[in-house]
Design a protein around this ligand. Structure first.
Ligand code: SAM
Ligand code: DTB
Ligand code: SF4
Length: 329
């Protein structure tokens, strides 16, 4: 069987925009063909998320309730300690998660006790047989290496939006610094989790432009979270009009076509989506969701609702696809 796609890293914005704007049925058909070929079996990865260090962040990201520049209800909290974090990871595994993602509301990682605790958390999560992901801002080469040695599976660092729209969203960190962080993660041999957010007043071209930056990273990021803005009261983006569900479907489908082998994670914003809209996203090629009742500071669908979602879509969680360790005679 020949591939119904070519793996490319040279997409132009115009080409991507044409995919994004294609008639919906054509877009879905193309995304489905790529998805079924690149990821046979239609398994969905369940990633649980925990905020280890919440609030009080010095960056001015306009979408984020954790920024000290914004006046949301989220206030700076002391960091969680290693044991309670590992207890949460154990509970996530019991509930069916196969990846555990930990977040720190930091501009960058600094050496010292909190970083040592982060390394212990990564080691502990890996010992449970879960994938471990960290998101904690910028890092140095030496810190990336230490995370790799601790067994970190993935580091999440999002582009958030297009290079052109970026200055309207964040002023305290440059786009270039984001790209450098991604290179450091790659150099250390840790997989990349990198995506963005839609619904922040960007144009259709901005969406294509952000996808172009992602799809020209070689190799493509191993996982690509597509977030819809959660418009939190007290942030400058609190009054943004919610994203139309079909726009999210289009983003997912286009990401799938551009990055056939990446995990495309349907991320923040699922609470605002009907089950049918989420099923369309799965059909469009999403093969991962955040699983568990909270994201970092905002809500996410209940575990039971997500079990019902997967059952209604007729798809299985990726851990259910693991080969049986005992034979059935
Ligand atoms: N401080 C680190 C950083 O910015 O890289 C890690 C945590 S930060 C909260 C992780 C990502 O969450 C952000 O890059 C952004 O893409 C996403 N995010 C934060 N607030 C969001 C919101 N209100 N809606 C959608 N996504 C959001
Ligand atoms: C990602 O792309 N989305 C997640 C995870 N990576 C870290 C975070 C979403 C945060 C939504 C707002 C909140 O809960 O604070
Ligand atoms: Fe801080 Fe990350 Fe929130 Fe930006 S997105 S304010 S860096 S926690």
């Amino acid at each position: 069987m020949t591939d119904s796609f070519t793996l490319r890293h040279d997409w132009s914005i115009a080409e991507i925009q044409a995919i994004l704007d294609a008639p919906l049925m054509d877009l879905l058909w193309r995304a489905q063909q790529v998805h079924r070929q690149a990821n046979p079996g239609y398994r969905v990865q369940l990633a649980s998320l925990l905020s280890v260090k919440t609030g009080g962040c010095e960056e001015d990201c306009t979408y984020c309730p954790q920024s000290m520049h914004n006046s949301s209800d989220v206030t700076g909290q002391p960091e969680l300690e290693v044991e309670p974090v590992l207890a949460r990871a154990r509970a996530a595994k019991q509930a069916g998660a196969d990846r555990f993602c930990m977040g720190w509301a930091w501009r960058e990682i600094r050496d010292g006790a909190p970083f040592e605790a982060m390394l212990s958390m990564v080691r502990g999560v890996r010992e449970m047989g879960l994938e471990a992901c960290v998101t904690a801002g910028m890092l140095t080469d030496a810190q990336a290496m230490r995370l790799a040695e601790a067994g970190l599976t993935a580091y999440n660092h999002n582009l958030d939006t297009s290079p052109e729209h970026y200055d309207r969203i964040i002023t305290t960190r440059t786009y270039e610094e984001r790209l450098e962080t991604l290179q450091r993660v790659r150099r250390a041999g840790v997989t990349l989790c990198c995506g963005g957010i839609i619904g922040m007043g960007e144009s259709d071209r901005d969406r294509a432009s952000m996808l172009q930056v992602l799809a020209t990273i070689d190799p493509h990021p191993e996982s690509v979270p597509i977030n819809a803005l959660v418009a939190v009261e007290g942030t400058p983006l609190e009054a943004q009009t919610p994203v139309e569900p079909l726009e999210l479907v289009r983003m997912v489908a286009t990401a799938r076509i551009l990055m056939p082998h990446s995990r495309v994670r349907l991320s923040a914003g699922r609470e605002q989506l009907s089950q049918e809209a989420q099923i369309l996203c799965l059909q469009a090629g999403a093969d991962s969701i955040f699983y568990g009742e909270t994201l970092l500071t905002t809500g996410n669908p209940a575990v039971e609702a997500d079990k019902a979602l997967l059952a209604a879509a007729g798809v299985q969680a990726s851990w259910q696809a693991q080969p049986e360790t005992h034979a059935c005679n």
